[in-house]
Design a protein around this ligand. Sequence first.
Ligand SMILES: [Zn+2]
Ligand SMILES: [Zn+2]
Length: 353
Amino acid sequence: MSEVPRVGDPWEGGPVAALRRVAFLLERAREDTYKVKAFRKAAATLLPLPPEQVAEAARTGTLTDLPGVGRSSAEVVAAAVDGVVSERLARVEAEHGGPLTQGGHDLRALLRGDLHSHSDWSDGGSPIEEMAFTALELGHDYQVLTDHSPRLKVARGLSAERLARQLDVVTAVNAHLAAGGGTFTLLSGIEVDILDDGSLDQTEELLARLDVRVASVHSKLAMDAEPMTRRMVAAVRNPLTNVLGHCTGRLTGGSRGTRGESRFDARAVLEACAETGTAVEINARPERRDPPTRLLELARDLGCLFSIDSDAHAPGQLDLLVHGCERAEAAGIDPDRIVNTWPRERLLAWANG
Ligand SMILES: [Zn+2]
Ligand SMILES: [Zn+2]
């Protein structure tokens, strides 16, 4: 949007789009989920209702009688029914609607998709179809759904059975989207835990059925450098691994506090990435900024491939990619070495070659 919409400006998108826009912008600003959930819930309630019913409820002031529609949502809806921008939407647009970064926009325009995102099947906040729909709206050609693996219980990691069921849902979502005539594809994937011995936390059979596999360390982040190096190199050398996720595990701030980098022989790990064609993830989440710049530059010099990933846990966070683009641009990384600038066919050939 070129101009920031203001209160009372015309709004043609209808009530559901207005609620989704508020939620999107709040998520993009990484607001706590509880602040955002109300708008998502209200949108889900309104979506199947006939527009006349919503208009009638707005006219009679009974919107808040609908399940999940609170006062803030009702204000957004009532304005949208009248065809104008509400106060809340205008405020959120003014606060959060602008560009997220100074740089990175040229590279961002070259990205065709995103290899790392979570739905409410694990620790994400939104259903698979909402993630897919938002990715499509952002202009992606593809989005990889990468929910967590069984061992990560705090994040409701998917058992083999649940992952197998999720694959059917991905197929159904794609069938639905294809019926609409689009070219966007939701790709199947996983963010699989790298276990202590470097093996991957899912059956080989299932891993092999997925389109793309991101492997990440989520446990024993503070183990000694030597076993950590062995662990990471083993995972990188596993032919099923496509992307090494947030390699140092550091957190530089945000709601989860700070955490230092895991210790490992970065050269050995990144050389293994370069040798095997495993992409080094540039995790775009501002609180991660992983890898740190010195490792990003080392990976660049060693000839690694990269993947700039949102690691989104909510639809609006899919728009965080530009943070990673800004860092990749600053490091002078050739866009053709960034796998998510590639068309889908090339990406899939690389991931399953
Ligand atoms: Zn992770
Ligand atoms: Zn993740």
